[in-house]
Design a protein around this ligand. Structure first.
Ligand code: ACO
Length: 323
């Protein structure tokens, strides 16, 4: 059986660190409120003129270097983003061009904060069906461009950044001992649109709009949906939470991470958390957290890793892989 194995990962953050105190100087908030409600201490915000493709390219180059391959060996680039440089063409094609790559295929995936999990499901399917052998998957966002900086209930939560992985086809036995993606589970419920959305768009207002959110409702759904996605992935593999070495959640809010861990009986010591440093970077958050944990030597070759995310739509999902 063909398996999609992650052979390299990389991350990229803008230079500009914005602390909670920096925000408190501009909006009616405080470091204490943000830390207590979210766990966030700082976030990275792209400088004027710095685009999603700039962050995506930085992460892509780091992932290719880590994998020890160059862009010539890629068959496909998938970029998960909600904040593309332009309405079209896809940000993935801009990265393709800047990597000097004129072959293969490049396209974006839009599933907001679940984008990386959705992109991973697409990449895994492409590799397992033989449509591609080597894929660069990026999660990249400049969420700062979608924020209403006068709305303290949302602007303190998000940050900018990018993470990327290189996936490659390898032969496996078809059981849980294989290295690579073991399963992915995707879900959405479009009826919950009004919980988290932008109040504009190309075909409605001809603007990009600003992010709007019902925080309490999102919180409730997040814990329930993420727990269900994790359980679906575990069930598909015939595993339990005790079998998983590392959980790499979407970094929305420390309280969501803690609530989900409590609900499923997960040891908090096995949950990777980077929300304090990065804030919520939407589709970039899972690969940023994954790469951070790999760099720090926590996730090692052979470990069982469960990724999960939830975002606007709502969309949510999980992916089980052996590193
Ligand atoms: N600073 C200071 N006070 C604030 C701030 C702020 N930044 N934001 C809101 N407040 C005030 C409110 O005005 C309110 O004041 P009031 O009681 O005088 O009316 C008070 O704090 C409490 O507000 P709540 O909205 O009840 O606060 P809550 O405890 O629900 O926390 C939060 C808000 C952090 C947004 C929480 O609901 C949450 O984490 N929701 C999940 C949202 C999320 O993570 N979204 C990310 C996108 S989706 C995803 O990635 C899964």
């Amino acid at each position: 059986m063909i398996r999609a194995r992650i052979i390299g990962c990389g991350a990229f953050l803008p230079d500009n660190v914005v602390t909670n105190d920096d925000l408190a100087a501009k909006v009616d908030t405080s470091d204490e409120w943000i830390r207590e409600r979210t766990g966030i201490r700082q976030r990275y915000i792209a400088l004027p003129g710095e685009k999603t493709s700039d962050l995506a390219l930085g992460a892509a180059r780091a992932a290719l270097t880590d994998a020890g391959i160059d862009a010539g060996e890629l068959d496909m680039i998938i970029c998960a983003t909600t904040t593309p440089d332009e309405s079209f063409p896809a940000t993935a094609t801009i990265v393709q061009s800047r990597l000097g790559m004129g072959h293969g295929a490049a396209f974006d995936v839009q599933a907001v904060c679940s984008g990386f999990i959705y992109g991973l499901a697409v990449a895994d399917s492409m590799i397992r069906t033989g449509a591609a052998r080597t894929i660069l998957l990026i999660g990249a966002e400049t969420m700062s461009r979608l924020l209403d900086w006068n709305d303290r209930t949302t602007c303190v939560l998000f940050g900018d950044g990018a993470g990327a992985v290189v996936l490659q086809a390898h032969d496996g036995l078809g059981d849980n001992s294989d290295q690579g993606v073991l399963n992915t589970r995707l879900f959405s419920d479009g009826r919950l649109h009004d919980m988290l959305y932008t109040d504009g768009g190309v075909s409605s207002t001809q603007t990009v709009g600003k992010l709007r959110m019902h925080g309490k409702e999102v919180f409730k759904h997040a814990v329930t949906n993420i727990a269900a996605a994790i359980q679906a992935s575990l069930d598909a593999a015939g595993l339990t939470v005790e079998d998983i070495d590392w959980f790499v959640p979407h970094q929305a809010n420390q309280r969501i991470l803690d609530g989900t861990a409590r609900k499923l009986g997960i040891d908090p010591g096995r949950v990777i958390s980077t929300v304090a440093q990065h804030g919520n970077t939407s589709a970039a958050s899972v690969p940023l957290a994954l790469c951070t944990a790999v760099r720090e030597g926590r996730i090692k070759r052979g470990d069982l890793v469960l990724l999960e995310a939830m975002g606007g739509g709502f969309t949510w999902g999980a992916a089980l892989l052996r590193w």
